[in-house]
Design a protein around this ligand. Structure first.
Ligand code: NAX
Length: 336
């Protein structure tokens, strides 16, 4: 007897900033099945601003030339109403970088406008079940602005990325302890994706034991590890002459994949809407420890014990997010 299974419907993924550095490292991994699985077809909606359309054409040609069996369609557009049409996922990677002479407040306002527009387009054209992951910086506040601009989409479907920070932190601990990185688990990065983020080494595990019982040098943990993780992006720029791209794209793949499958034996750092968990200000999109259940629903892990030191670090990072929100919302005329 023959058994036939119907071909799966493609997952449609919008990627903004698709011709940029992260886009170039990300698209090929989505199209080859690393994000959604080896039997899941995907369609890509690549979104760029006008100056990015010519290089985007080249990227699309390279996607063609890979002959990916899972890739069913590639849309190239600078029109958000086309780019976000019927998408299941919106990966918002593109944003305007800070230029010489630009104040932080200017950057928040400029990017804020972009994310208002993209949020509205997602609201109007994407599937109601769309999930939105913001990578473009300042990613927490950009995600919050997109969420506010998309009232028809549940707040729980908006995320910003701190997985790169989690991955960086895990490797730092693994190298210090001299163990393979897979042995480092339960390491949550809390707060803002900025140098103020707090990688919680006190609750992290190394080979299922407390990391602090394996790495006994507390001053290294506080004074070297924490700032090294916070400043890693800067260190990459100094070494490479360009910002993290492949590792950022890898973290996008990790984030989406781990939001789609039940979490086993670990927790993950994702910036999600806060309901006041662990004293974080409700209504912010801030990095929290999450797990996904068998039905694909995420929740904030509720039983983590934070020391006074950790609480102070997390509060300072969230204070920065409150300030970002105040400045950006003020400029955009959004209400909290
Ligand atoms: P690039 O400057 O290489 O690429 C950005 C691309 O976005 C460009 O092609 C540009 O034309 C496009 N773009 C700008 N505005 C757009 C808009 N309104 N709509 C669509 N496309 C638009 O930057 P890249 O290295 O790819 O980094 C992208 C963003 O990721 C930056 O904001 C960067 O700061 C941020 N990062 C975030 C990380 C995180 O962990 N959350 C880590 C890596 C990275 O620093």
């Amino acid at each position: 007897m023959n058994s036939f299974s119907a071909p799966k419907t493609p997952i449609r993924v919008a990627v903004t900033g698709a011709a940029g550095n992260i886009g170039y490292a990300l698209l090929f991994r989505i199209a080859s099945g690393h994000m959604f699985g080896a039997d899941q077809p995907v369609a890509l909606n690549l979104i760029e601003i006008e100056p990015g359309m010519a290089p985007l054409k080249g990227v699309a040609m390279e996607l063609d030339d890979c002959a990916f069996p899972l890739l069913t369609e590639v849309v190239q557009t600078s029109d958000s109403s086309v780019g976000f049409k019927d998408v299941d996922w919106a990966l918002l990677v593109g944003s305007v970088p800070r230029k010489k002479g630009m104040e932080r407040a200017d950057l928040l306002g400029i990017n804020g406008k972009v994310f208002v527009g993209q949020g509205k387009a997602i609201n109007d054209y994407a599937k109601p079940s769309v999930r939105v992951l913001v990578v473009g910086n300042p990613c927490n506040t950009n995600a919050l602005i997109a969420m506010k601009s998309a009232p028809a989409i549940p707040n729980t479907q908006f995320f910003a990325m701190t997985r790169l920070d989690e991955n960086r932190a895990k490797t730092q601990l693994a190298q210090k302890a001299g163990v393979p990185v897979a042995q480092v688990t339960e390491l949550c990065v809390w707060g803002n994706h900025s140098p103020t983020m707090y990688p919680d080494f006190e609750n992290a595990k190394i080979n299922r034991s407390k990391a602090t019982s394996v790495i006994l040098d507390e001053s290294w943990l506080r004074d070297t590890f924490v700032p090294t993780v916070g400043q890693r992006g800067k260190a990459i720029i100094e070494a490479r002459g360009a910002s993290s791209a492949a590792s950022a794209a890898n973290a996008v793949v990790d984030t989406v994949r781990d939001l789609l499958q039940p979490t086993r034996g670990d927790i993950h750092s994702v910036c999600v809407i806060s309901n006041g968990e662990y004293g974080t200000p409700a209504g912010l999109i801030t990095s929290l420890p999450i797990k996904v259940d068998g039905a694909g629903k995420w929740r904030v892990v509720g039983d983590i014990k934070l020391s006074d030191y950790a609480k102070t670090q997390i509060a300072a990072s969230n204070e920065e997010l409150l300030e970002e929100r105040k400045v950006a919302f003020g400029q955009l005329g959004l209400s909290i």
